[in-house]
Design a binder for this molecule. Structure first.
Ligand code: IVH
Length: 677
């Protein structure tokens, strides 16, 4: 052992304590002491030490938030005590009725209440054992939830381990349960939806759905990337409320390092409750997450116990629901908005109406399916709702009001550029297929120039905007037509910067064919698909000429992707664009890569944990040998490669009598390929 290594365990533990302390300052208190770079340095130091001493890695180390392997599904777990819901009050009268019941049943005329924000996420139970996070469970049906521990571990405001001295300070034992709300802040929600839109995936309707979707994805690194937050509001020890007052529980949770929403208040009568409700009705707009009301809880636990429960809800708490911010108005017209992916969104132009203090004159109708579902016509009176930061939407037609007479139809041509509008089979959205459509222009240029694509350093948002506004760039090919003279007409553009940009543009011509294909921004053609296309066809020409059937012979390309590729190259404007890129000298030839053939035509499904390869590695090996890897077992599956803890796919394989092989057999198959190739 090298000298000094005796200190390593202590050193690692000390570093962990530091990282935990600073994570808490940053993610729970919102009050960091270190810069991001300083924090990263600490984390890197810890990672480096753990890399040299993997035997010292423990699951509660802050480096281990994203761990574990993708799973097959979630395990059901019973709750220690049912997770209840709340009764609602929708106005002051209902709230006063509730107070009267509380007073009658307890015989108390003065009751203290805690007012909390009703966070619009999903409730979650966290069990801690020995001060460490042992289990995270969704609400499920209230009695049985799902074990989502691996995903919960990625939420940075959830502590993985609480030091003994902190527990002592909070007067908490080492085993307890915390309940609270998991939510997606609006910023993360908007960013995630933008990314989904760019990938051709459907948007989540609201942050609550997005939270529920995110906590149930099977890959913890996806959950980690979506930045959920967790606020604690309930504490159980041995299945009982531990402190004498709810307000003390909140304090203890905070002391123990949990994030407790700071916007709560201990009040002494219902007038003060009402004040709190009114105060937040106005302030809720400014919050970085959505709330849909205020939760009022009787503070003294002894009184809570006297009050007990009715059916599914406690009598000692109530949710005051803010009125959905909605208004009634008339649709004057239905317009089309073209998004950056070319999606055509029908938007209702409204007779302006005041909703929750904001004048609303536009509301989204999403797509044609939605218009049909609502049965909406131009001239109809409708109910419009507005939530947080989300675009107002038409909720329903008011049928007792005079009906409109004009039916809306999607245009066949894009209203911005006149390009063809198509709706692919099985999809809800209509899209403009013209790559030169100005609405798509900015985004397509950003994509083309970005790192990992054509890598044109310096082509940031502001330059792209300027180039588009000045009319210097109308499609990505125009980038190669830029000159120093043209660039110098832009604001804040010096000779030196212009030179740099032109150099960068020139250098991009050296990048390989797959980057050019990727850069075109064809729907569903990401980095990997572009790579497969370049390898399979060897040239841009061949890709452009390929039929849907030929395209589908390529790895991972199915009917949806092949249709998108064909659609792109069937648009004459896109063909012109590509020809120009060729003229400017971009790489249009690549290297046809002959993939192995032993596994050609064979479809594999991977399940469980393999010993020698990660799933990605195994997938790549199979693909390199010409095989295909599918996500689920069907009659078309040739082999299921099963590792440790294989789950339902294995059962399915047995049921369908698909050959089940291990890692060794998989490697034997590959070897056969290599020798034979
Ligand atoms: S207390 C028995 N407090 O609202 C106590 N719930 O409509 C039950 N919620 O399922 C929960 N913010 O998901 C409580 N500050 C808060 C809350 C809150 C949001 C949610 C929770 C619950 C639902 C009931």
């Amino acid at each position: 052992m090298p000298s000094g290594s005796k200190d390593v365990p202590q050193k690692i533990e000390a570093l962990r304590e530091q990282v935990r302390y600073h994570e808490h300052r940053y993610y729970v208190l919102d009050d960091p002491e270190l810069s991001d770079a300083e924090f990263d340095r600490l984390m890197d130091e810890l990672k480096a030490l753990e890399a040299v001493h993997p035997e010292l890695i423990t699951p509660d180390s802050p480096t281990q938030r994203v761990g574990g392997k993708p799973r097959e599904g979630f395990v059901k777990v019973p709750h220690s005590l049912p997770m209840l819901s709340l009764d609602n009050a929708y106005n002051e009268d209902e709230l006063r009725d509730w107070e009267r019941r509380v007073q009658e049943l307890t015989g108390e005329s003065h009751v203290d209440y805690v007012c909390e924000l009703k966070l619009d996420g999903m409730s979650l139970a966290l069990r801690f054992e020995g001060g460490k996070l042992a289990l995270g469970i969704t609400r499920g049906d209230g009695t049985i939830g799902e074990d989502v521990t691996l995903n919960v571990r990625t939420v940075r405001s959830v502590p993985l381990a609480i030091p003994a001295k902190t527990l002592t300070k909070a007067h908490l034992p080492a085993d307890f349960e915390v309940r609270g709300e998991l939510l997606m802040p609006l910023g993360s929600f908007l960013r995630m939806n933008e990314e989904r839109e760019a990938q051709g995936l459907p948007r989540f309707a609201n942050p609550r759905n997005a939270t529920a979707g995110t906590v149930r994805v099977l890959e913890p690194n996806v959950t980690a990337s979506r930045r959920l937050d967790f606020f604690s509001y309930f504490l159980l020890v041995n299945r009982h409320t531990f402190f004498e007052r709810h307000s003390e529980s909140l304090k203890a949770l905070q002391t123990a390092g949990f994030k407790v929403n700071p916007n709560h208040r201990l009040v002494h009568n219902l007038d003060q409750v009402w004040e709190f409700i009114n105060e937040w009705e106005g302030k809720r707009e400014g919050l970085p997450y959505e709330i849909d009301g205020i939760v009022i809880k009787v503070d003294r636990v002894a009184l809570q116990q006297e009050l007990g429960f009715t059916g599914k809800a406690p009598r000692w708490a109530i949710a005051y629901k803010y009125a959905a911010r909605s208004g009634e108005t008339q649709i004057e017209d239905i317009l089309i908005q073209v998004g950056r992916t070319g999606k055509l969104t029908p938007v209702a132009a409204l007779q302006p109406v005041l909703i929750g203090g904001t004048t609303v004159s536009r509301a989204t109708l999403h797509n044609m399916d939605e218009i049909e579902r609502l049965g909406v016509r131009i001239g109809d009176w409708v109910l419009v709702e507005r939530g947080g930061d989300v675009i107002p939407k038409v909720v329903k037609v008011l049928e007792d009001k005079p009906r409109g007479h004009r039916h809306f139809h999607m245009p066949e041509r894009c209203p911005v550029c006149g390009g063809h509008v198509v709706r692919a089979e099985g999809e809800a959205d209509h899209r403009c297929v013209n790559a030169n459509c100005p609405a798509k222009l900015r985004e397509s240029i950003r994509h083309f120039a970005s790192r990992g694509v054509m890598n044109i350093e310096g082509m940031g948002d502001s330059l792209v905007n300027q180039l588009v506004e000045a009319g210097l760039v109308k499609n990505v090919a125009d980038l190669y037509d830029l000159t120093e003279e043209k660039l110098l007409t832009l604001e804040r553009m010096g000779k030196k910067s212009a030179e740099n940009i032109l150099n960068e543009i020139e250098n991009s011509k050296k990048l390989p064919l797959e980057r050019v294909i990727y850069g075109l921004g064809i729907r569903f053609v990401g980095e990997r698909t572009a790579q497969f296309l370049a390898e399979a066809f060897g040239s841009m020409d061949a890709v452009m000429k390929a039929s849907e059937e030929e395209l589908q012979e390529v790895n991972e390309i199915g009917p949806r992707v092949s249709a998108a590729i064909r659609e792109f190259f069937d648009e004459p404007k896109n063909v012109d664009l590509v020809k120009r890129l060729q003229k400017y000298g971009l790489k249009f030839e690549g290297h046809k890569k002959e993939r192995g053939t032993t596994l050609a035509g064979k479809t594999f499904v991977l399940t469980g944990t393999l010993e020698r390869h990660t799933r990605d590695e195994a997938k790549k090996l199979i693909e390199d040998a010409g095989g295909k890897v599918a996500g689920s077992v069907s009659k078309k599956t040739d082999y299921v490669v099963a590792g440790a803890e294989a789950g339902s796919k294995l059962d399915k394989a047995r049921e369908l009598k698909v050959a089940i092989i291990g890692e060794d057999e998989m490697e034997t198959l590959m070897k056969g390929q290599r020798e034979g190739a």
